[in-house]
Design a protein around this ligand. Structure first.
Ligand code: PRP
Ligand code: URA
Length: 208
């Protein structure tokens, strides 16, 4: 299984800003999008390209373009929406497959309440986006859903991941790739990531 903690000074700096409890909603949201764009750059490094000829200013020129049926971005409602603009800044033509999952505050188990996938999932790379990978229950349920739809290549982009959740993903779906801005220390008794960011959805949307 491929787990990449994307180590870049811009990501370290921006994530450091996000950890400040008194950061405004506006800034938290902006930084989530900016880090998402940087993670996308890293997660798309291995996309296949092919030659194509275009009419350039001085005549025909051979250029490279991304090969095959492309990516579908899969934001997990609701916090994943905070990363979507940054991902789409990098891949503007991507199809978006939205899924909605909510983690129960007591049992910490996710419930799926929405699923709208784009067509031909078997021919696409799915790029899940969600700020937090905590117990990994939400990610595992999403990957189950995508595989049931025929998806063969799945990547996940996160701002912060917990070691406990990563271990569960390794055991359950060892074929997926994870790109995260940080692997933090551990989960607390409420299954929140420490030091983490707190409730990412609340901070992105300004609720609570
Ligand atoms: C958060 C987060 C992930 C999930 C991670 O969403 O955005 O989707 O929890 O936890 P897990 O790895 O333990 O499953 P939440 O369920 O709070 O919903 P929200 O995005 O609507 O706030
Ligand atoms: N969901 C969050 O928003 N934050 C956590 O730390 C864990 C789950």
């Amino acid at each position: 299984m491929k787990i990449v903690e994307v180590d870049h000074p811009l990501i370290r700096h921006k994530l450091g800003l996000m950890r400040q409890a008194d950061l405004s909603t506006k800034h938290f949201r902006e930084l989530a999008g900016e880090i998402a764009a940087l993670l996308t750059y890293e997660a798309t490094r291995d996309l296949e390209t092919e030659d194509t000829e275009v009419e350039g200013w001085a005549g025909p020129v051979t250029v490279r373009r991304i090969k095959g049926r492309k990516i579908t971005v899969v934001p997990i409602l609701r916090a994943g929406l905070g990363m979507l603009p940054g991902v789409l800044d990098m891949i503007p033509a991507a199809k978006v497959s939205v899924v909605g999952l909510q983690r129960d505050e007591t049992t910490h188990q996710p419930t799926t309440y929405y699923e709208k996938l784009t067509g031909r999932m078997d021919e696409r790379t799915a790029m899940i986006v969600d700020p937090m990978l905590a117990t990994a229950g939400t990610l595992i349920a999403t990957v189950d859903m995508l595989k049931a739809a025929g998806c063969k290549r799945i990547k996940g982009l996160f701002l912060v991941a917990a070691p406990e959740g990563l271990d569960r993903v390794i055991a359950t779906h060892p074929d997926i790739e994870i790109y995260t801005a940080a692997i933090d220390e551990r989960l607390n008794e409420n299954r929140y990531i420490l030091p983490g960011l707190g409730d990412a959805g609340d901070r992105i949307f300004g609720t609570r």
